[in-house]
Write a protein that binds this ligand. Structure first.
Ligand code: ASP
Ligand code: MG
Length: 465
């Protein structure tokens, strides 16, 4: 079970988390708890590290350390209950103080050095989780549950040394099993999410939001029955409830569909998160900490072709379209390669691609913030000829219709575009990969809401069909 930052936002929430874990342990399960940092703490650590390197002001650091101490002490007191509450809070705060002292030294060091390496960023940002874990552990202890806390590295997450975005090494799986499995019978180990350790024993992090990834690695290593990600949402939804109030939680979804959705703006999960789970065939469940009795969404390996062909409709805003055209492009080998290489070198992320068989134009959708550099780079690359026109449009949105059931089902595209036609929504660009799990199209910004609403209804996602 992994709990996100909002779920462990303060002492009373941590208490709730400990109760949930205990409840599941008491009903006959073995539980490992992976914790995020208290809500917002990672951001603050990063901000203060940056300021320390830029301004060198130790007084700011002292203030930050005082606030951080107060916040975590308070949480430690509020997270414990029962006869031994005071005693446990005292042990926890002592441990917190030791860690905070190390953190303070590191930050002051950065003030004096005036530089912040990727390696130090990982070290500093790891403290969010390293301060959360002892509190969660104390909370479990106060409920009479045996528990010990581990950093990611102590638990066996050994990674590459790509600081800020480290990849777990294969050896982690056997190490985690060796170190954590023996504790499961009569305790709930608490492991910091987000962080690992390089082979040389240096702290690394798995990327922002990386606690889900940690949970997935640990679950895979232990061959867990399920990996539960407790969040502040009801699971994965059929669409954005701000656009369609009737949006519902999707009860079951396949890995492939979940991946398609995470790419398309439903930022509940990062695809890399479920990669270890996919590899080991372990179901991942997304549940709401604040509504624990509702089942959430379960993500499974294979799904029998279900009757709901379309699972969800998503929309990506703040994107822009670039259309590249020119008669010379037709039949000229290497144009696409040059377009994409140019964009890659300019640091542009491409969201969607379409080229018709006439080969006379290539349409791309990019992040709105990348539009200017993208257009400039292409114009510069092709200044003498092959490409004649580079047209840009900022006022678009991308809508994606997702569902594995669409594969080999004739008529889905017909229904999608038929429904849009009836609603008088003009489609500007279309793309469907041959996996047939996702039909994406661009529409005018003003039509996006209508497009989503119409399709959500057309495919019965509001539960009416
Ligand atoms: N605390 C880390 C972050 O905010 C990791 C996580 O919350 O999953 O990015
Ligand atoms: Mg977070």
């Amino acid at each position: 079970m992994k709990f996100g930052g909002t779920s462990v936002g303060d002492g009373s929430r941590i208490m709730h988390v400990a109760e949930l874990a205990k409840e599941h342990k008491d009903s006959g399960n073995e539980v490992v708890l992976v914790t995020s940092a208290l809500n917002g703490v990672t951001d603050l650590l990063l901000k203060n590290a940056k300021e320390a390197s830029e301004t060198g002001k130790t007084s700011t650091i002292k203030e930050f350390i005082a606030d951080l101490t107060k916040q975590h002490h308070q949480a430690a007191h509020d997270a414990v209950t029962g006869r031994k509450a005071n005693r446990i809070a005292e042990i926890v705060t002592k441990e917190l103080d030791l860690r905070i002292e190390e953190l303070e030294k590191a930050l002051i060091g950065i003030c004096y050095l005036g530089e912040l390496t990727v390696r130090s960023i990982d070290y500093i940002s790891s403290y969010g989780e390293r301060l959360a874990a002892p509190i969660v552990c104390g909370s479990l202890n106060s409920l009479g549950v045996r528990s010990r806390s581990f950093t990611g590295g102590e638990a066996g997450i050994i990674t590459s040394d790509d600081y800020g975005n480290a990849r777990p090494l294969e050896i982690s799986y056997s190490l985690i099993k060796e170190r954590i499995e023996p504790m499961l019978k009569d305790s709930i180990p608490v492991i910091t999410g987000f962080i690992g350790e390089s082979e040389a024993g240096i702290v690394t992090t798995l990327g922002r939001g990386g606690s889900d990834f940690s949970a997935s690695i640990i679950g895979a290593a232990l061959k867990a029955d399920e990996i539960w990600l407790w969040k502040e949402v009801h699971g994965i939804l059929t669409t954005d409830p701000r656009i369609v109030p009737e949006a519902r939680t999707i009860p079951v979804i396949s890995y492939i569909e979940a991946m398609e959705l995470s790419y398309f703006g439903a930022k509940v999960l990062h695809p890399r998160t479920i990669e270890p789970a996919i590899k080991h065939g372990i179901p991942v469940r997304v549940k709401n900490t604040f509504d624990p009795s509702s089942p959430g969404t379960i993500i499974v390996k294979d799904l029998k072709q279900s009757k709901d062909i379309v699972k969800a409709v998503t929309v990506i805003k703040k994107v822009a379209l670039i259309n590249i055209s020119g008669a010379w492009m037709v039949g000229t080998i290497g144009v696409a390669a040059r377009v994409f290489t140019t964009l890659a070198n300019a640091g542009v992320n491409i969201i969607m691609i379409s080229q018709g068989s006439s080969e006379a134009n290539i349409s791309l959708v990019v992040d709105e913030s990348h539009l200017d550099k993208a257009a400039k780079a292409i114009k510069a690359e092709f200044k003498n000829g092959i490409i004649k026109d580079v047209v840009q449009d900022k006022n678009i949105c991308v809508v994606a219709v997702v569902g594995a059931g669409m594969a080999n089902t004739p008529g889905v595209a017909g229904r999608v575009f038929g429904a849009l036609g009836k609603a008088r929504v003009n489609v500007i660009m279309i793309s469907q990969g041959s996996s047939q799990h996702n039909i994406s199209f661009a529409v005018n910004e003003d039509d996006a809401t209508k497009a989503v609403q119409v399709l959500h209804k057309e495919f019965g996602l509001d539960g009416e069909k």
